[in-house]
Design a protein around this ligand. Structure first.
Ligand SMILES: C[S@@+](CC[C@H](N)C(=O)[O-])C[C@H]1O[C@@H](n2cnc3c(N)ncnc32)[C@H](O)[C@@H]1O
Length: 270
């Protein structure tokens, strides 16, 4: 489906209403080195450390047979899963990301693969973790269908995404009561490419805003039933050091869910 573009400083054509020419897959391959700096610099990605990862960890089932880290990037979540005792394999569409993941001193097995075409047999895993990645995948519905295929019956998908309310709009300021404005449409998908320039690290994020129902439909089609849903908030520990985060106690930053496979996913055409 063609999606509207909301590029900021990326394709030089700011504003919604145009088609984006850079696939998210290409965008992330270009950003691999910047992403590694962003993800690996101690304390830099504080939302990951203080909000996102602890909440995701609470949602995880205990280690089982085999865990897939879908869109593993430079490997930080695979390493975390490995430290919890999971037998993990990571996949990512970006060769540069997989090179970074494999070169880390605590690396876990990782290979280049498209989430929409997984190189694994049916029911090869009892857990798939998609951490901050479903909204960055061009064909999200195909990726979720593949998750349904490679999960055994009763297996789980645990996912963390940018909350669809967050990606639909933006705060008009950094104060705790700053208005949050959706100037376009919540319901229409829109490509988002934006630059975060902080602490000497410049990083361009490539993602797609999709309404909640887009994820719901993909899960339905894949035979995955939501059994837990969370909207984690910045806690008291993070707020004194990062006052602008207080805005995110009114509007959710992330959406987490755990879904269980209840039937064998139907094969998709093509
Ligand atoms: C925000 S990064 C998250 C990486 C990792 N999960 C983490 O949190 O550290 C999103 C990742 O999704 C990957 N990605 C995008 N499209 C993909 C696809 N079609 N198949 C597999 N990975 C993809 C990107 O290459 C990138 O590494």
């Amino acid at each position: 489906m063609p999606v509207r573009c909301c590029c900021r400083n990326v394709c030089g054509r700011p504003g919604r209403g145009r088609l984006c020419r850079v696939s998210m897959r290409q965008g992330w391959e270009s950003e691999a080195a910047n992403w590694a700096r962003f993800a690996r610099t101690p304390g830099h990605d504080h939302s990951h450390l203080d909000v996102n990862l602890p909440a995701l960890t609470e949602l995880l089932p205990p280690p089982g047979r085999r865990t897939l880290d879908l869109g593993c990037g430079e490997g930080r979540l695979s390493r975390h899963l490995g430290s919890l005792g999971h037998q993990v394999v990571g996949i990512d569409a970006s060769p540069a990301m997989i090179h970074l993941a494999a070169a880390h001193e605590a690396s876990q097995p990782a290979l280049v693969a498209d989430a929409a075409r997984l190189p694994f047999s049916d029911e090869a895993f009892d857990l798939v973790v998609a951490y901050m990645t479903l909204h960055d995948i061009d064909d999200m519905a195909a990726a979720v269908a593949e998750v349904g295929r490679v999960l055994e019956r009763g297996g789980r998908l645990c996912a963390s995404i940018v909350h669809p309310l967050n990606s639909a709009g933006s705060f008009q300021g950094s104060g705790p009561d700053a208005p949050f404005v959706i100037s376009g449409s919540y319901l229409d998908p829109a490509r988002l490419s934006y630059v975060v320039d902080r602490g000497g690290i410049q990083m361009t994020f490539h993602s797609e805003h999709r309404p909640l129902a887009a994820y719901g439909r993909a899960l339905e089609a894949a035979g995955l039933l939501i059994e837990a849903i969370r909207e984690p908030l910045p806690g008291d520990g993070i707020l004194p050091g990062h006052p602008a985060e207080r805005r995110w106690t009114r509007i959710p930053l992330f959406l987490h869910f755990r879904a269980a496979k209840h039937f064998r996913a139907a094969k998709r055409d093509g």
